[in-house]
Design a protein around this ligand. Sequence first.
Ligand code: AMP
Length: 367
Amino acid sequence: MKRARVGIVGAGQLGRMLALAGYPLGIECILLDRSGDSPGGQVAQLRLGALDDAEALAALAKDVDAVTLEIENVPVEALEAAARFAPVRPGAAAVAAAQDRLAEKRLFSELGIATAPFVEVGERAALRHAAAQLEWPIVLKARRMGYDGRGQRVARSADELERAFTDLGEVPCIAEQWVRFERELSLIAVQGADRERVYYPLAENEHESGILAATTAPYDDPHLWDTAKRALDALLDRLDYRGVLTVEFFHAGGTLVANEMAPRVHNSGHWTIEGAETSQFENHLRAVLGWPLGDASPRGVAGMVNLLGRMPPRERLLSIPGVHLHDYGKAPRPGRKLGHLTIVDTSREQLLERLRLLRSEVGAAET
Ligand code: AMP
């Protein structure tokens, strides 16, 4: 039987974990990236090319059964060029919506998904309007290319807002009201062929300086899960979606407020590798290829800790019972995601205690 082939745009850690999930199923992943020493290129076939190069994407598409992406900042024109030769999943419409914070927030509003109040800031003159419409603090976010807390500033006064706009390079932005949330949650859904859908449980996420530090799952709240599921369903329907879709929410005032969506596998789903019956990576590949989806049920309670900036000593990590180490093979750099750790337990209390100890160990090594 011919091996199934999936082209992945981007060969960072997400591309790497997709390729690794493909191996047991006999799926051959071919990754596209501009760096020869990318995390994905260390484990799978790599094509060198820029992620915004329409010709490189089209050439990749010619050699595979389907194309997917591990990063949302791929120009729509390049995805359309690839789509002439192989299905691109998720499609350009979903990626376009996720690339632009304004389009994304408008889509949420149109679908009845609650968001923080927001105002478009196309030019400096609009800052005054934003300050009049919203309450302080206000978060100013560049519409494009922001991730892991980059491209955003918090302002507590009109002066700070002016300065934030200057700092961000006076690019088109949205101004968003600061949400006083109790916690951050995310939901990952997967849509396969014929609208087959599976949903993971809610995950609770802790960010530090805008970067995900740790996730625990499941966050057990059937009412909130249902609210999140309805939001994901509306997006899957509207975008005629294929693959993993993630939405990050704030839990505030007893309900959920959507922050952003990612048209790809997500850091808040890394726990699913050991903590769920089928990982988000495997399910994404299954969905992209039109294969039946796997069970998304949790196998207990899981905790994931990101390894940021500096790798703690490997021997130390591996000597902790039950810890699963994922090393992305990257050079250390402040704030960079170098790997993650996962533990799975049967009791939430026990997991939280083990996670606390693990985080202090990791924190001690990172500072
Ligand atoms: P983002 O890049 O939009 O995911 O933002 C990164 C992180 O900044 C979020 O996970 C939150 O911790 C925080 N953040 C972003 N927007 C807001 C907001 N409107 N209110 C409160 N916190 C926010």
